[in-house]
Design a protein around this ligand. Structure first.
Ligand code: NAD
Length: 701
């Protein structure tokens, strides 16, 4: 049963009942249409109330049906809305909690709407690169006015029902119900039932005018605003077009135009990318061999070992979620420094008005500093963020093994060390997992969950659930050097170095990839993170993997002490206290001199080559990571890059982008790069998985 039908005192009540949010799947749509027909046929019924069971009126389309034939099967949403709109008896939508997307479009097809305060009202389709496709762009302006409606449609953001009900002249809600919604809705329905019993015409949103005193001026203004805000996304501008049609065309023409725009957006790469990211986010929390009903352990108290850069940021995540944290250091001064940094971070949020002062106090009161392992005995989850040295990790994990209670999850935030080795320092490797936060840990969305060979399934299920509580996008990675994200970025950084050797300047490379859409090019990123970090990693890798080739320019840069923003100079120059990257004559000369020492004549490298070499290096390494089972699925890799590395959202991540270019073309470009004697021919050998996908005519996603 996806919608229930009952008659109460001459009022038919149709209750959407498709948990969790009454998505308008095929069965639900069919049940509602059948309910309306039944109410019309029953002479005893005077009016109909349409509402939703549980946590929502309706959240809109049933995302489980997305992309399947069922999504469009009749009665489709457009047909259902016609059925409701055409009903000969008054239909009253009784709205609570959540009324979004198709749910709001359905409500707009009803003759009357009542709501309780606090309901979230939205048309969020633009967030998937679409626009409301079942009349939302035509009906909402008719009840809320053009400006309010357009703001909601272009932003996709929810607005509270009581705020909308206060809008002068609004026709969205006929009544804001105080107290019990159903009681109020039934009384309202009885009233309108009586009013229309004699055949008085029913009010229909489509019959209302959508007006604006100066439509040409207003829509021009809206277009300019939207263009500046959403330059890489076509949907917001199409929303403006559709709403303009509600003013300038008949309802029927406007509906046809809305449909046309909707279908065109559906096929844009931007919408495909946004939908890929939307589903990728959901899919990331699913691990193939860990069933969804795996019991999870309780996480009511957390301990963080190390109060440095990462320890502080990690702690803040839990404090923000209301979870008490004990933070442990070896020395009082380090502990004091760590606490002061956390306090300073919160204080700057308070100053900017982003955090209330009492909330800040509340969060700090959840934080307990300590120098003693005795104080972490009752922690359910311990996250280690001490120095990146195996010896230090060994000391800490041996102590944790002694101190932590049985069943506590022991996590390491290591970026490069082997999680299995770290687990082996304990007598409980099944409880050990990697939780690789990204810096700044209180800001960055990505959390790589590193699954050791012994990590227990319920430990994984627990940390994946915990990630949602602290609002992270968690992606599972197997154990390998660099895990998913840094292992790929290593290839990207190597390519950016080769490009310098061949003739580029750092700003040429950054500019090309930033034009492609990256938040920051590799050299600006490296200056921000600190060039010394890569230097240390290269030194270590030179011992472990002596055959890996790098451009020497990055080492030369570090030998000059140009570690990046923190030293006021890196690949770029920086003015004191400013973050603007200024092209550095010294660095460019350094690169020119270096080319001479290796006897390389510079050539002009085009932007397309720069972008392809950087992005396809990610793709080739990603294919290897997938094939080795380090990542479970292609979309997981894309989520890592979208949430942790500033890959442009409108391109959907490296693998979604590769698919959009056609894998045949990607491989052809790789083979071409492999012929360049100054590049790394071995690396550009297309990964076997990639070659296989091309041979089979398949794609990653
Ligand atoms: N900084 C980053 O961008 C980043 C990103 C992801 C992961 N990581 C990883 O996080 C970990 C910490 O990095 P960080 O940048 O915060 O380093 P950091 O030097 O800022 O902080 C390390 C802290 O650990 C403390 N410490 C050292 N030994 C200790 C011990 N035995 N017991 C308790 N505390 C001890 C130190 O006093 C210091 O405050 C490393 O494993 C690093 O690889 C760092």
């Amino acid at each position: 049963m996806s919608a229930r039908y009952e008659v109460r005192d001459g009022i038919a009540v149709i209750t959407l009942d498709n948990p969790p949010v009454n998505g308008l799947g095929h069965a639900t749509r069919s049940d509602v249409a059948a309910g309306v027909a039944r109410a019309e046929a029953d002479a005893a019924v005077k009016a109909v109330v349409l509402t939703g069971a549980g946590k929502a009126f309706s959240g809109g389309a049933d995302i489980r049906e997305f992309g399947s034939p069922k999504a469009a099967a009749e009665p489709n949403l457009g047909t259902l809305i016609k059925v409701v709109d055409g009903c000969s008896k008054p239909v009253v939508a009784a709205i609570h909690s959540v009324c979004m997307g198709g749910g709001l479009e359905l409500a707009l097809g009803c003759h009357y709407r009542v709501a309780v305060a606090g309901a979230s009202i939205a048309l969020p389709e633009v967030k998937l690169g679409l626009l409301p496709g079942a009349g939302g762009t035509q009906r909402l302006p008719r009840v809320l006015g053009v400006e309010t409606a357009l703001n909601m449609i272009v932003s996709g953001e929810p607005v509270k029902s009581e705020l909308l009900a206060m809008q002068p002249g609004q026709r969205l809600f006929d009544q804001l119900i105080e107290g019990d919604l159903m009681t109020g809705a039934l009384a309202f329905a009885a009233d309108v039932g009586a009013r229309h019993a004699g055949g008085a015409p029913l009010p229909r949103v489509r019959s209302l005018p959508a007006t604006d005193p100066n439509p040409d001026g207003y829509f021009q203004f809206a277009r300019n605003t939207v263009k500046a805000m959403a330059k890489n996304f076509p949907a917001p501008a199409r929303c403006v077009d559709a709403v303009e049609a509600s003013v300038k065309r008949s309802f029927e023409d406007g509906m046809a135009y809305e449909r046309e725009l909707f279908m065109a957006l559906m096929f844009t790469p931007e919408s495909k990318a946004l939908r890929h990211a939307f589903f990728g986010e959901r899919a990331a929390s699913k691990i193939p061999d860990v069933p969804e009903d795996t019991p999870v352990r309780k996480i009511a108290k957390v301990a963080v070992i190390g109060a440095g850069t990462m320890g502080g940021g990690i702690s803040m995540n839990f404090l923000n979620a209301g979870i008490p944290v004990v933070i442990l250091e070896t020395r009082q001064d380090a502990l004091d420094r760590g606490l002061a940094t956390i306090a300073r971070n919160y204080e700057s949020q308070v100053k900017k008005g982003k955090l209330k002062s009492d909330v800040y106090q509340q969060r700090m009161s959840l934080l307990t500093p300590t120098l003693s392992y005795d104080d972490i005995k009752d922690a359910d989850l311990v996250i280690e963020a001490v120095f990146e040295e195996m010896g230090v990790k060994e000391t800490v994990f041996k102590k944790l093994d002694q101190a932590a209670k049985p069943g506590a999850i022991l996590a390491t935030n290591t970026s490069t060390l082997n999680v299995d080795t770290i687990a082996s320092f304990t007598r409980r490797p099944a409880d050990v997992v990697g939780l690789h936060f990204f810096s700044p840990a209180n800001v960055m969305k990505l959390l790589e969950v590193v699954r050791g060979k012994a990590t227990a399934k319920d430990v994984l299920a627990t940390v994946m659930a915990m990630a949602k509580v602290i609002k992270k996008t968690a992606v599972v990675s197997g154990v390998c050097d660099g895990f998913i994200g840094n292992r790929m970025v290593e290839q990207y950084i190597r390519q950016s170095g080769f490009l310098l050797d061949e003739g580029c300047t750092p700003s040429q490379v950054d500019r090309a990839i930033e034009k492609f859409g990256f938040a920051m090019g590799p050299f600006r990123m490296s200056d921000l993170a600190g060039n010394d970090i890569g230097w240390a990693i290269r030194k270590r890798r030179a011992v472990e993997f002596p055959n890996i080739r790098y451009s020497k320019t990055a080492d030369l840069l570090c030998e000059k002490g140009r570690f990046g923003q923190k030293t006021g100079a890196g690949w770029y120059d920086y003015k004191a206290g400013q973050r603007d990257a200024i092209a550095s004559a010294e660095v460019e000369q350094m690169i020119v001199d270096y080319r001479k020492t290796i006897g390389r004549a510079p050539r002009k490298v085009g932007e397309e080559e720069i972008v392809q070499r950087l992005v396809y290096s990610l793709v080739n390494e990603a294919a290897r990571i997938l094939e080795e089972g380090i990542a479970n699925k292609a979309s997981d890799i894309d989520m890592v890059y979208l949430t942790g590395y500033g890959f442009p959202l409108f391109r959907g991540g490296p693998l979604c982008y590769a698919d959009s270019q056609g894998l045949f073309n990607v491989v052809r470009a790789m083979q071409h790069f492999g012929l360049n004697p100054h590049d790394d021919a071995g690396f550009w050998q297309p990964a076997p998985l990639l070659a296989r996908l091309v041979a089979e005519g398949k794609s990653f996603t």
